[in-house]
Design a binder for this molecule. Structure first.
Ligand code: ZN
Length: 142
């Protein structure tokens, strides 16, 4: 059985895009709905747009700086899937469990992501090449 740190579902899939406005139009056509939120996340140098899809979301990411992580990703690999995010009940418990299991973390401590949620990234080397995010399912208190 899982603990409070065990992922319960795919929270969202992050897609790196060159032009957020163009990508929003593309995904509106594809999904049949518009984004419910467009938000800048200064901590990660990105502008994001979120589409709801049942219990999961699609997150489009455009870099706001030429040397931000998303800009570097696109320079190397082009537009495409950037990361997969799993929902966990307790992000501190999750980070603790992962670290004690030998998983290589990018963020040892949670930081603030889009929608006021706590997030942390796991190194792709510990996830078969996939940049992996975990996120608290409840909004962070101010
Ligand atoms: Zn994300």
């Amino acid at each position: 059985m899982g603990t409070a740190g065990t992922p319960t579902r795919i929270e969202h899939i992050g897609i790196a895009v060159r032009d957020l406005d163009a990508a929003i139009r593309t995904y509106e056509r594809l999904l049949g709905v518009g984004p419910y939120a467009v938000e800048e996340v200064p901590d990660q140098n990105v502008r994001t747009a979120f589409f709801r899809l049942g219990e999961s979301k699609i997150e489009l990411l455009e870099s706001t700086s030429p040397d931000g992580p998303v800009a570097r990703f696109i320079a190397k690999r082009g537009e495409g899937i950037h990361h997969i995010a799993y929902a966990v009940g307790d992000i501190h418990a999750a980070l603790h469990d992962l670290a004690s299991g030998g998983v290589r973390l990018i963020d040892g401590e949670p930081r603030k992501g889009a929608e006021g949620l706590s997030i942390a990234f796991i190194h792709p080397l510990s996830a078969c090449g996939v940049l992996t995010e975990i996120t608290d399912t409840a909004p962070q208190l101010p």
